[in-house]
Design a protein around this ligand. Structure first.
Ligand code: DAH
Length: 350
């Protein structure tokens, strides 16, 4: 191949290599192989030559043409391959990512405790009752011996609802489950009116409660369960027996001690805080406040529709979050309500 043809082939290779796209490659091709391209022009010039020169020169041009066509095809293939790779990269699926399939839900740790508490108390003869979270002022406070302006009301600041009920009672989000004592007892008394002997009232009432309170150990919404046992001869000793049995069952261990620490609640007299202590494990030897309790105040018994000279018993109100935190060793109550699956999933098999 003469140097002129060799230069042409080299130019074609360079221009093909410099074409970044198929369209530009076709333009470059036209400059050499197109109707007015360099190779085509050389072919036309052959006409002027003698038959002998034509054959020799023609063969050379053909070699150059083949070399250019080869370079063109190689560049076409390279561009197509690059385009395919780019498309694949763009549509890449990261197979190491989590799938978006459905996942199995679990029971929230607080609900787990709620369910355990119900089944434990049912097993020792308690009914389970539930009542309204939007409560009337009378049931939440007055019936429980906290009349208007009683200083004990300020122990439980709450959310008031901008409506009164049908009897003109202000409505509020209940600050505790204690109003269920009154609701359940009154219904019980009514149900057994006229019968010779009224069966004991023996009930727990779990549910949501609300207070204007928020920190590591308080949430504006939290859960309590109320306990109430009213009969003709029910004492604080029975309270201790029932609550001890409950704690042993709840924590699934017997090395738990209880003490009653004198306290004040308007709806009980005497009133106590129940403290518990584990005899082993990480919390060993520390008294932990677990529940309010007491002998139901005569004023409250009267509001049940019963004669306090004849009917007597105990009540308690315990925090479900608190028990759950102790059972699982959780330090911050707010974790229950952060909806962090890494936290919640730990309880799926608990
Ligand atoms: N209602 C009280 C509270 O939320 C707890 C309580 C204390 C309930 C004593 C009771 C009780 O039934 O007897 O702080």
């Amino acid at each position: 191949m003469n140097t002129q043809l060799q230069d042409l082939v080299n130019q074609a290779r360079e221009q093909f290599a410099a074409s970044p796209s198929a369209a530009e490659l076709e333009n470059a091709k036209a400059r050499f192989l197109g109707k007015s391209g360099a190779i085509t022009a050389l072919m036309k010039d052959l006409a002027k030559l003698s038959a002998e020169d034509k054959r020799a020169q023609g063969a050379e041009i053909n070699l150059a043409k083949q070399a250019i066509e080869q370079a063109l095809q190689a560049r076409r293939d390279a561009l197509a391959e690059a385009e395919l790779q780019a498309r694949l990269a763009e549509q890449a699926i990261d197979v190491t990512l989590d799938g978006r399939g459905q996942r199995r839900g679990g029971v929230h740790p607080v609900m787990r405790s709620w369910m355990r508490i119900e089944s434990i108390f049912r097993s020792i003869g308690f009914e389970v009752a539930e009542g309204p979270e939007i409560e009337d002022d009378w049931s939440n406070f007055t019936a429980l011996n906290s009349p208007q302006d009683h200083p004990a009301r300020s122990m439980q600041d709450t959310f008031y609802v901008d409506l009164d009920d049908a009897r003109g009672q202000p409505l509020l989000l209940r600050t505790h489950t204690s109003p269920m004592q009154v609701r359940h007892a009154r219904a019980h008394v009514q149900r057994h009116q006229g019968s010779a002997a009224m069966p004991d009232i023996r009930v727990i009432a779990p549910g949501r409660t609300y207070r204007v309170d928020s920190d590591a150990t308080h949430s504006p919404m939290f859960h309590q369960f109320e306990g109430l046992w009213i009969g003709e001869n029910v004492s604080m000793a029975d309270l201790k027996g029932v609550y001890t049995a409950f704690l042993h069952a709840f924590f699934e261990r017997d090395d738990i001690e209880l003490r009653f620490r004198p306290s004040y609640f308007p709806f009980t007299e005497p009133s106590a805080e129940i403290d518990m202590m584990f005899d082993s494990g990480p919390l060993r030897g520390r008294w932990l406040e677990i529940s309010g309790a007491g002998q139901v105040h005569p004023v409250v018994v009267r509001n049940f529709g019963l004669d306090p000279e004849r009917h007597i018993g105990f009540a308690f109100g315990s925090g479900i979050e608190r028990l759950t935190m102790l059972r699982y060793g959780i330090g911050d109550l707010r974790q229950f309500y952060g909806s962090d699956l890494r936290f919640l999933e730990q309880f799926d098999a608990a």
